[in-house]
Design a protein around this ligand. Structure first.
Ligand code: CA
Ligand code: CA
Ligand code: CA
Ligand code: CA
Length: 603
């Protein structure tokens, strides 16, 4: 467990000198300051520059290191219950998601887990639909489901998406299920379920998976996109069998997909379902993942949607909140063989020096992870093979998936959580296992990646039936930690023990923009190298990561320029920000506060 020098949030304002100039409708704040990191409590001697003996590439960078701390963190009681009772029903293999949420607003990330549910008729005792673990301020957790009024729910849950949809400064969340979805409004650390009142009960009700909050029309209020999966009910369950007559889950191709929903946030606590009006109705369904991106860099949020056995969808924002689906003409809809693959977890980000966004999609075993990079001719290039991600991803079935700079060398790397869906049929599949270890692909910043899981060992050799995968700095030492969930299994919390990070963490508070700053593009320039991050919800699979941007800085000790492109017209600019601190920027204020971090523990 991380030692800490203080578990309260110490906010200390740095007010650098500033010059202000305005250009048309935009305000540009250009700030020069040389403030040292007031409030940074980590002794720098604990993380000396080093060139570790183990290296994965020619730059001699050290490998990431993680330690599983599930037991010491107090998360051992949790187990996801998929409700299986011998019928082998389709929904059992899907779950479930997880989320980092600071529900009590104390600056420490708490954990929300989907507990599962009952499928058997007339079940007397249902498993908890949600588990809420409060961070005690030291990366140990106490169960607070009941205190936060998240107990006693009747739901067969799938996913969690966390955002401050009502812009009142606290984390709310949307909970997807097999039946009616739920919206939980945070009222001072206790939750009220408001889906009906807020207008986000689906008509008709559909089996939902991932969801994301994003501001489609840039009115400062987060809209909601909900992925729906397939038309299933106990009455319509299709039996499938393997050799020997044992019942097994059917391929999703046996079921008909149901399309997704879009809800426009009215800014008064209610939403209006506008799927068709906004252009999201033309979808085949079977959606499992959604990522927000701005692939054409026009400042408007686009969406990319992964679908299970159906084409990938790319919604280009028409710069008015409506969208046009362009997946097929943009070249991202199908594999290089023209096939729709089993799209699950998804993420998007700039992972190399081209500055152009790449999209990564988890697929089935014997299918490569989808890797597509946008190019200036207006379409995406399939780079699964050339990126070196394709081949190592063939034996695994990938659900949770996210981009994060895991080795702090400035470029976004790819983490994938794996686990199969056929407990019986895998025995007849050459080289495929039901439980599979996660994988890490380190970016070489040139469009290629090195798969380093075996080099790292430890937690990366642990086979699991993984589903959800998220990152968030639970011990507040500046490096994002990882949380994974398993189908019919435990949650796994991995503490990040990377030995030599220089970093800058940036969290946002929107004023004209939505409070979370979702849809903000942040550019950091270090030694002439440009890094890009976006503040988003969604991505991965059924799950919700922290909304703080982490920039790995390599050996650099400062960020030379930081440019914050808010979803509105505003751009805030800062210069010479010292490394190894977490800063909080309020839109248009032009200063930032530094949040105290804890001392890092390097085993
Ligand atoms: Ca908290
Ligand atoms: Ca709120
Ligand atoms: Ca990296
Ligand atoms: Ca950490």
């Amino acid at each position: 467990m991380a030692q800490k020098s203080g578990n309260q949030i110490n906010l200390q304002t740095i007010t650098p000198p500033l010059t202000l100039r305005s250009r048309s409708s935009s305000s540009f704040l250009f700030l020069i300051f040389t403030a040292t990191a007031i409030g940074w409590s980590c002794s720098k001697s604990e993380s000396p520059p080093s060139h570790a003996a183990s290296s994965y590439a020619s730059n001699g960078a050290a490998l990431p290191a993680f330690t599983e701390i599930t037991t010491e963190a107090g998360l051992n009681d949790f187990k996801y219950v998929n409700g299986a009772f011998g019928k082998v029903w389709f929904p059992e293999q899907m779950g479930a998601g997880c989320g980092f949420i600071d529900y009590d607003n104390d600056g420490w990330l708490d954990i929300l887990l989907v507990g599962g549910g009952a499928l058997a008729p007339n079940t007397i005792t249902e498993p908890p639909a949600l588990w809420l673990y409060r961070n005690n301020g030291d990366a140990t957790f106490s169960i607070k489901t009941k205190e936060a009024r998240l107990d006693g729910l009747h739901a067969y849950g799938t996913g969690i998406t966390v955002a401050d949809y009502d812009n009142d400064g606290d984390d709310d969340f949307f909970f997807t299920t097999l039946h009616e979805n739920m919206l939980f409004r945070n009222d001072g650390g206790v939750f009220t379920e408001v889906a009906q009142k807020a207008g986000v009960i689906a008509k008709p009700i559909r089996w939902s998976s991932s969801a994301n909050f994003f501001d489609a029309d840039k009115d400062g209020w987060l809209d909601l996109y909900v992925c729906n999966y397939a038309d299933w009910s106990p009455e319509r369950d299709i039996p499938c069998y393997v050799e020997g007559g044992l019942k097994e889950y059917c391929p999703p191709g046996m079921y008909v997909g149901v399309p997704n929903y879009f809800y426009h946030n009215n800014g008064n606590g209610t939403f209006t379902e506008m799927t068709e009006e906004v252009g999201f109705a033309n979808a085949p369904g079977k959606s499992l993942g959604v990522a927000e991106l701005d692939f054409n860099n026009d400042g408007w949020s686009d969406l990319v949607i992964s679908n299970d056995g159906e084409r990938t969808l790319l919604y280009e924002n028409n710069r008015n909140g409506t969208s046009t689906e362009k997946g097929t003409i943009a070249g991202i809809a199908y594999s290089e063989f023209g096939e729709a693959r089993a799209g699950m977890g998804i993420d998007a980000g700039v992972t190399d020096t081209t500055g152009r966004v790449s999209v990564f999609i988890g697929n089935f075993s014997a299918e490569m992870i989808g890797v597509y990079r946008y190019n200036p001719t207006g379409w995406f290039t399939d780079r699964a093979a050339v990126s070196k991600i394709g081949r190592p991803s063939l034996p695994v079935l990938t659900f949770g998936l996210f981009l994060l700079d895991m080795d702090f060398d400035t470029d976004l790397d790819l983490f994938v959580a794996n686990g199969h869906v056929y407990p019986i049929r895998v025995k007849f599949m050459d080289g495929i296992t039901y439980e599979q270890p996660p994988q890490l692909f380190l970016s070489n910043n040139d469009g290629t990646f090195d798969e380093v899981s075996q080099n790292i060992g430890g937690v990366f050799t642990q086979p699991m039936v993984a589903r959800g995968a998220i990152y968030g700095d639970v011990d507040r030492d500046g490096d994002p930690d990882i949380l994974l969930t398993e189908n019919s299994g435990s949650a796994h919390l991995w503490r990040n023990d990377f030995k030599n990070p220089n970093f800058l963490r940036v969290c946002l508070e929107g004023r004209e923009s939505n409070r979370d700053g979702v849809g903000t593009r942040i550019i950091a320039i270090v030694d002439g190298q440009r890094m890009e991050r976006r503040i988003r919800t969604g991505s991965s699979y059924l799950s919700s990561s922290e909304k703080t941007a982490t920039f790995g800085l390599g050996q650099a000790t400062q960020v030379d320029s930081l440019l914050v492109y808010w979803p509105g017209a505003r751009v805030d600019r800062f210069a010479a920000i010292e490394a190894n601190q977490e800063i909080r920027l309020v839109e248009g204020v032009g200063t930032f506060v530094t949040r105290n971090l804890t001392s890092r523990v390097v085993p």
